[in-house]
Design a protein around this ligand. Structure first.
Ligand SMILES: Cc1ncc(COP(=O)(O)O)c(C=O)c1O
Length: 411
């Protein structure tokens, strides 16, 4: 390239960028703290939701990636179809079909991680200021994905007595729920409450977004039926809704693959494919081929028992550490699955936004409840992760947290 036409005398200037979109002013400093946690020496991070890296089946995934790259069909390196590789869509349709639910590839959209499904649903369904009926507290990533639309939230509490979300859902574009081991609370929504949400969806004509990254992580008993299945039992045959179901490989194989899927009625899948085109055009063909192999070879099913054993043990270790060190400060329950324990202030004097800073000074990083509240008001609880650290690290982290709690209350 030739630069011969450059102006000879250039005055020094500095670029002043225009301001960012207004919704970005509402992001919180806690997210920035989490990002920094990884690079602070000695910091114990029980804030995030990361899987244990030693459980990644590296050798088998490496072989699959190698074979996919060299495949003469070139699917790993070419632009794949927007809605995903046909073979992977067929595979997901088969995996999630049941006696009552006859899925085909037309019911499946491949996503670049479950996170993309949240983004696409927001783009497809929300106009500025629309209402979302959301299980409370709600996943931080979902709140962030929908922020650019300035949504209103009508909160749903599935564990409340007499739970009936019809009023909340009446004005909402969709209802958002994580029925299997909610992020952040780790709580399971019972089958009766799942049915109640479905009743309300039929009554009000509202979509239900069933976000299910933790659906395989049951440690103590067999999984409850998916809301997708419960809906199909009411209306067997071709799938018509009202549930839009999202799954992901992130917690069962590896999040770095960035492969998820959304299951819904054909017209909605077509709409979301249009939205996806303007989002990322397509999900990586390489990752999709590895995902396909992970299912077809049985890898995803083979590694699940080891994942469950590891996480069950860590769940028990975290719970024991919390019982030992945190009972003066917090109420909590042992979850039957997922990745988190939710700790609720029992002193009436803890401000968890401030406690997070006190905990940081003790070199332990935890997530405060305010980030899971769309209004940012709830300062009573903490989300604590048990999947990423060994039991002795969990015990040390909780000991540090207890020390931070005492200092916080003594201030
Ligand atoms: C409730 C929930 N939804 C969606 C996601 C996004 O998962 P991914 O994009 O890795 O599939 C997560 C990740 O932790 C989650 O907890």
């Amino acid at each position: 390239m030739s630069y011969s036409a450059l102006k000879p005398d250039v005055e020094p200037v500095s670029f002043i960028p225009p301001r960012n979109a207004a919704w970005l002013d509402e992001t919180n400093e806690i997210t920035r703290m989490f990002l920094a946690a990884g690079s602070v020496p000695g910091m114990i991070n029980i804030a995030g939701g990361l899987p244990e890296s030693d459980l990644f089946p590296k050798q088998r995934l490496a072989k699959m990636a190698h074979d996919a790259m060299l495949d003469p069909a070139n699917e790993a390196l070419q632009y794949p179809p927007i809605d995903g590789l046909v073979r992977l869509r067929d595979c997901i349709a088969k995996r999630f079909s049941t006696e009552h639910l006859e899925l085909t590839r037309d019911n499946v959209l491949i996503l670049s991680g479950g996170m993309q499904g949240l983004d696409l649903i927001g783009k497809a369904l929300l106009d500025k200021g629309d209402t979302i009926a959301a299980q409370s507290p709600a996943y931080l990533g979902a709140i962030d994905a929908w922020k650019p639309r300035y949504p209103r939230y009508a909160t749903m509490f599935p564990s409340a007595n007499g739970f009936n979300p019809a009023d909340q859902m009446a004005d909402a574009k969709f209802a958002y729920t994580v029925p299997n081991f909610s992020n952040p609370t780790g709580k399971l929504v019972g089958t009766a409450q799942r049915e109640t949400m479905l009743d309300a969806a039929y009554e009000t004509g509202t979509w239900i977004l069933e976000d299910d990254p933790y659906g395989a992580l049951y440690y103590d008993h067999a999984p409850l039926p998916r809301m997708l299945d419960l809906a199909a039992r009411r209306d067997p045959g071709e799938y018509n809704g009202p549930v839009l179901y999202m799954g992901t490989l992130s917690k069962e194989v590896a999040p770095g693959l960035r492969v998820g899927w959304l299951i819904g009625p054909k017209p909605m899948i077509e709409t979301l494919a249009v939205v996806k085109q303007g989002s990322d055009m397509c999900t990586s063909g390489l990752s999709q081929l590895v995902a396909l192999q992970a299912f077809e070879s049985g890898l995803a099913d083979d590694i699940l028992p080891a994942i469950l054993e590891c996480y069950r043990h860590r769940r028990d270790a975290l719970f024991a550490a919390m019982e030992k060190h945190l009972t003066p400060y917090f109420d909590f329950e042992k979850p039957v699955g997922g990745m988190f324990i939710w700790a609720m202030d029992k002193t009436g004097r803890i401000d968890t936004d401030k406690l997070v800073h006190d905990a940081w000074a003790e070199k332990v990083c935890v997530s405060p409840s305010s980030v899971f509240d769309p209004q940012g008001d709830d300062k009573t609880s903490l989300r604590i992760n048990f999947t990423f650290n060994d039991p002795d690290v969990l015990d040390e982290g909780i000991k540090r947290l207890a020390s931070a709690c005492q200092k916080h209350l003594d201030q």
